[in-house]
Design a protein around this ligand. Structure first.
Ligand SMILES: *Cc1c(COP(=O)(O)O)cnc(C)c1O
Length: 366
């Protein structure tokens, strides 16, 4: 028996006619860059999130970079974020010559601990960048309130793992000044290559992002600012449009599968990441906490069950970032990096497979 970590083939089989029709339409009309599917997808995602503007871009990383560029972030600026995330979150800050200021996490959700942010704010703080890790929004209202108290510092939600999630009934990506997501194939809403999007309700930020996406161009050959080559391909937009056909169903499935994992693990007494009652995680990852992670991974591997670690090293221990903040400043992130392990998760995961996964967990770690 072998269970895929994420079952993208099952998803493709379920959507094959729609995906092929959408791709064929693009091949026939030939507008491979900025074709009609780009704006069509943006309008659909504006409706979905409730955000006034959606700007599709080349990747989730590019969404974060373009957002910071739209805010004018540069050398000397500080951006408050979490060390317990994918490297792209901090990478884009450093690329612009700014400094990531790492704040520790909540041990149960593994998201940035909002109560520690205020102490990290200085006159150089130019943005706060929480990550909605594993598909569960960070404590966005708390973070927005802190930002408001300190001169309306912009808040950028790195929602690469949480598209479709909710916080107090509002959609992830529309919870703060800017929301950034990724359509990397394994994210909750994925394409068949790289893609991403920026969301905002602010007209001038949206305009800046649209220009930065195409080399800072406001009109053909008029470059009003420094930009990047950051567009999302028409073909990738077409794939996401086709996938929206069953996205609501997929979210419902993910919630059900996540809740079932919760019940099974709680019965076993196996520690896991906790979902707060005011947030609806889309379980971009389903993550447990191990005492002896190597032993747990080995036991599951023997049973044909793949696992992954998001993330084994906090960013402030990575060679390229460790000079920015001592790892001991964020002890809970350090501890989480030793314990976290993600189980197979996708909308097509069968409940019998979930049972096999949970029964393969070694008793010694419970
Ligand atoms: C995946 C991811 C990104 C980057 O998205 P790409 O589309 O791969 O560039 C950024 N931040 C987080 C938290 C992610 O999980």
């Amino acid at each position: 028996m072998s269970i895929p970590f994420i079952d993208l083939k099952a998803q493709y089989r379920a959507l094959q006619p729609q995906i092929q029709a959408r791709i064929n339409t693009v091949l026939e009309h030939g507008q491979y860059i900025m074709g009609p599917e780009v704006r069509e997808l943006e309008a659909r995602l504006e409706d979905f999130t409730g955000a006034k503007h959606c700007i599709t871009v080349a990747s989730g990383t590019e969404a974060l970079l373009i957002s910071l560029m739209a805010l004018g972030i540069g050398p000397g600026d500080e951006i408050i974020t979490t060390p317990f995330t994918f490297v792209a979150t901090a990478e884009v800050i450093v690329l612009l010559g700014a400094k990531p200021v790492f704040v520790d996490i909540e041990p149960d959700t593994c998201n940035i601990d909002a109560s520690l942010i205020e102490a990290a704010i200085t006159p150089r703080t130019k943005a706060i960048m929480p990550v909605s890790l594993y598909g569960q929004p960070a404590d966005m209202d708390e973070i927005n309130a802190i930002a408001a108290r300190h001169g309306n510092v912009p808040v950028i939600e790195d929602a690469a793992q949480s598209f479709g999630a909710e916080y107090k009934g509002r959609k992830s990506c529309n919870l703060s000044t800017i929301g950034c997501t990724s359509f990397f194939p394994s994210k909750p809403l994925g394409c068949y290559g790289d893609g991403g999007a920026v969301f905002t309700n602010d007209d001038s930020i949206a305009q800046a992002c649209r220009e930065i996406r195409v080399h800072g161009q406001s009109k053909r050959y008029v470059h009003t600012r420094i930009g990047v080559g950051g567009r999302m391909d028409t073909l990738q937009c077409a794939v996401v449009l086709a996938k929206l056909d069953r996205f609501d169903w997929e979210i419902a499935q993910r919630l059900e599968i996540g809740a079932r994992y919760n019940r099974m693990l709680d019965e076993l007494g196996f520690p896991r990441v906790v979902q707060r009652s005011d947030r609806t995680s889309v379980f971009g990852q389903y993550t447990v906490l191990c005492d002896d992670r190597e032993a747990v991974q080995a036991a599951l591997q023997k049973a044909g069950i793949p696992t992954a670690v998001h993330y084994p090293v906090p960013l402030n221990e990575q060679p390229a970032y460790k000079h920015l903040c001592c790892a001991d400043c964020t002890p809970l992130a350090k501890e989480a990096a030793k314990r976290v392990m993600s189980l197979p998760m996708s909308a097509d995961l069968a409940s019998e497979d979930q049972k096999s996964i949970c029964s393969a967990l070694p008793a010694g770690d419970r």
